[in-house]
Write a protein that binds this ligand. Structure first.
Ligand code: OXD
Ligand code: MN
Length: 613
């Protein structure tokens, strides 16, 4: 479709101005549909950027290798350019928006020379849902267009909903590698050097400007940039929640269903939990979403959630038939793989896939030939697949996708889970005493740093409130206030009992021998079953200074977990909690200055005083 055919005058003008600035060879408005997707893949095949996988082993699937400098979200090049620095808060990088726009305008000038400018109208959420939002991404990457086709709803049906004057979030993206006359990518992943990469958000004007990276959340702007950073600001202003949460449906043996959302920092097994295969007989788990939840209050006072995405952008290494069979099936066809190994028989391979690589040689994510690993492990730093290698798979291919996953009104949420990788102190599961205590729990989420981001802190624990640390588009202290405010409003309206119950879970407790105590994966269904029952006022629990913990016999023990183990992971580690509280008081909460809501300090005081009596 041509730019002139766009009915929305504001959108047309914005695209024309972008084209004048970025000087692409041509401009194309994406219409959506399989033929367009296939054409984008073909373009990247012709550019030498993609490898078609064996049609029998991975039908309709391709593999890309990115530049080694462009393999993950770049948090230190990600900016919240709010008008005032204090509105970005201490957890975000800030640059004055006028200054940043000036710098980036110069980078964008001529940045698409030799390339096509694609205009992607996309909907986050089912097209036309009251909870959905529309974005339009301008990009010079056919790889991005193809990924956006899977991850969002793209095309003319979105323009139809947008009409001639609807609201959309404008998103600029350029890989920052113009081509000289006659120059071609020739198999070299286009991107700009690190110091020229910018992933910028302008919260007041609801704009996203991304430059220099072609990878994942830096480039697929519907995901982290729109659905979390900008949407969190919209949600604050409009009274709803945009959260880094999975959404799952759980059904008990009696056939009763509930919906639960869960916030976990990156690479803590969110996708695995969302697609869990219960080991508990008679229970069923289905997926609504694996990464992001948008939630609005219904007239009945309940919170209704939609998954704004249409696909999974999952971490490949560690995914196997045991850890996540449903993800493996989701990615068995029509999938885009990035930075995985390529086997001799034209299939993908990664560390933790569950089997050694076939044949004698394999091509690693950097494009080098290597001997095929016999086991599914490689020494650190010598991986065949990059630790943040990804699969982009359509959600509808997931065998356990819930029938209502695209219901425009969303699904009513009964419980929120918070969790992270915490080898010590934090119990297996802990129910909050009330809403504000639950907000306190969310505010102190922490996890070990993993490979999902480029950081020099890998292995250390970092606090990641609500798993939103890299994704909150405004001051985190105000974000806590927003959460507290929603609880107070529900209370004032007499609807507090309609709010989801809040739980803190931890699958990652280790014993003195550094061994995980809880087996995790499908066995987490035992914990979900307890949570399900607690939502109905059942499930055996004891009230403790930190919340309601299951009695050691409330959750049936899985194989390999002794009675002692169970006591340990459902008990209160008093010394550990004293340290936790001291750390929150000394190192965590002061970061937010006077924006840290008093209610959270009160909660901290209350827990501490319960330990001191
Ligand atoms: C993701 C992340 O890619 O959270 O989902 O890093
Ligand atoms: Mn995520």
């Amino acid at each position: 479709m041509k730019v002139q055919e766009l009915k929305h005058a504001g959108l047309r003008k914005w695209v024309e101005e972008a084209a004048a600035l970025m000087s692409p060879d041509s401009v194309e408005v994406c219409e959506g549909g399989q033929a367009e997707y296939d054409r984008m893949i073909q373009i990247t095949l012709d550019q030498g950027l993609a490898t078609k996988l064996d049609e029998k082993k991975r039908p309709g699937s391709v593999l890309y290798r990115s530049d080694p400098s462009d393999v993950a979200r770049v948090e230190n090049r990600t900016y919240i350019a709010s008008e005032s620095e204090s509105n970005a808060g201490p957890t975000n990088n800030w640059i004055d928006p006028a200054e940043l726009k000036k710098t980036m305008t110069e980078l964008y000038r001529g940045s698409m020379k030799g390339r096509v400018m694609y205009v992607i109208p996309f909907s986050m959420g089912p097209v036309g849902s009251d909870i959905a939002k529309i974005g339009v991404e301008i990009t010079d990457s056919a790889y991005v267009v193809a990924n956006m086709h899977i991850m969002t709803r793209v095309g003319t049906r979105v323009l139809d909903v947008l009409g001639s004057d609807g609201f959309y979030v404008p998103c600029f993206h350029s890989v920052g590698k113009p081509l000289a006359a006659g120059e071609k990518d020739n198999g070299k992943w286009p991107c700009a050097p690190m110091e020229h990469k910018y992933i910028s958000h302008f919260p007041e004007t609801r704009e996203i400007w991304s430059y220099g990276s072609g990878y994942g959340g830096n480039a697929l702007l519907g995901k982290k940039c729109l659905a979390l950073r900008i949407a969190s600001v919209l949600a604050r202003d409009e009274g709803w929640l945009a959260e880094h949460m999975l959404i799952l449906k759980i059904t008990n043996p009696q056939g009763e269903a509930k919906y639960i959302t869960g916030a976990f920092p990156s690479a803590c097994g969110k996708t695995n939990l969302a697609m869990l295969i219960p080991t508990l007989p008679g229970w069923k788990v289905e997926t609504v979403g694996d990464d992001i939840a948008w939630m609005k209050f219904g007239a009945d006072g309940r919170l209704y959630a939609i998954n704004p995405e249409a696909g999974f952008f999952g971490v490949a290494p560690g995914t196997n038939d045991e850890s996540n069979r449903n993800a493996m099936v989701s990615a068995s066809k029509n999938t885009i793989f990035t930075n995985c190994g390529l086997t001799e028989d034209g299939d993908i391979w990664w560390e933790g896939i569950g089997y050694g690589a076939p044949g004698s040689e394999i091509i690693d994510w950097k494009g080098n030939k290597r001997p095929s690993p016999q086991k599914d492990k490689s020494p650190k730093g010598e991986e065949i697949a990059h630790p943040n290698a990804r699969f982009t798979a359509p959600a509808k291919q997931c065998p356990c996708i819930a029938a209502e996953w695209e219901d425009p009104k969303g699904v009513p949420i009964s419980a929120f889970l918070f969790g992270g990788r915490r080898p010590k102190t934090i119990p297996l599961v802990n129910q909050s005493k009330g809403w504000i205590h639950g907000v306190f729990m969310g505010s102190i989420v922490g996890s070990e740093v993993t490979a999902a981001v480029i950081s020099d802190q890998v292995g250390q624990v970092r606090r990641d409130p609500f798993a939103m640390l890299p994704f909150c588009g405004y001051h985190m202290g105000d974000y806590f206030k927003h959460w507290i405010g929603l609880g107070k409003k529900a209370e004032a309206e007499g609807k507090a009992d309609k709010l989801p119950k809040i739980f803190f879970v931890n699958w990652f407790r280790k014993n003195a021998g550094d061994r995980f105590i809880w087996p995790g994966y499908g066995e987490n269904s035992r914990v979900l079953a307890w949570i399900f029952d607690r939502c109905d006022g059942r499930g055996k629990a004891v009230e403790t200074p930190i919340g309601f913990l299951p009695t050691p016999d409330a959750i049936e023990r899985p194989a390999g977990v002794s009675e002692e183990d169970m006591k340990e992971i459902t008990g209160v580690d008093i010394e550990g909690w004293k340290k936790e509280i001291a750390d929150v008081r000394k190192n965590h909460y002061p970061k937010f200055g006077d924006k840290l809501p008093k209610e959270l300090y009160d909660e901290l005081d209350a827990i501490e005083s319960r330990f001191n009596v």
